[in-house]
Design a protein around this ligand. Sequence first.
Ligand code: HEC
Ligand code: HEC
Length: 206
Amino acid sequence: MRGFLVALWMLAATVSATAQPELQERLKATQADPTALKAAVEAGRKASFFCANCHGEAGVSKTADVPNLAGQNPAYLLEQIRKFGSGERKDAFMQGLIKVLKDEDRLHIALFYAASPVVPAAADAAQAAHGKVLYGKLCQRCHGDQARGSELYPRLAGQKLPYLQTSITRYRDGTGIRNNQLMSIATATLKNDDITALANYLTQLP
Ligand code: HEC
Ligand code: HEC
């Protein structure tokens, strides 16, 4: 089991580290320089004016099936933008839109959203309690004990409930809209009720 986990971890590390390494390096360099970071966040605020139509002014969406981007790990945001661009992740609207974004804009937008505050939502308390148990067993080792993610994994805390539900179901069912080997393994045993419970737990976390 341990060897298996290490293999999974290494797979995850390679996936994130090898896709667009130059842009990911630029992201790290900007994060390490407070003046450059401030300027990048400001530029991202401007560059994201169109995204705000769906993702909300500061990355908190008002629509159930549109994810929040606020507080999200910027390396993950850059990687998802790349995936929409390459067609590895499918969404008719996002795929078209992302193609016109230059690397510079992608970097700024990712840093802007990462710096925006998360707004958790209300959830069913009994569902959330069940979800917490499942999360501890099946998800925590990658997404973190507070579901805030890391450089390698997305934040899930405070995400929109319906979006969480749809995304987890897609990974489990292997619909081809979104594929990730680690996530299909992690979600393989989940029943629909488990997914509802997990989404209730995650959406109310700060
Ligand atoms: C017409 C509405 C719309 C607009 C405008 C829009 N998005 Fe999206 N975006 C979506 C939807 C819907 C999804 C979820 C797709 C799915 O179900 O996988 C999404 C997903 C994303 C994701 C993945 C988030 C995650 O948690 O995995 C990123 C990143 C993203 N959008 C960035 C952007 C950026 C940057 C812009 C502006 C250049 C933008 N979006 C404009 C609707 C929109
Ligand atoms: C072995 C590590 C690992 C485990 C365990 C894991 N995940 Fe993930 N998760 C990932 C990775 C990597 C991604 C990004 C995949 C991609 O690029 O689509 C991800 C993405 C997600 C997303 C998409 C987030 C977004 O913003 O679109 C959700 C939701 C999610 N995981 C929920 C869960 C749940 C619920 C569990 C437990 C049942 C879980 N994960 C267990 C590694 C893991």
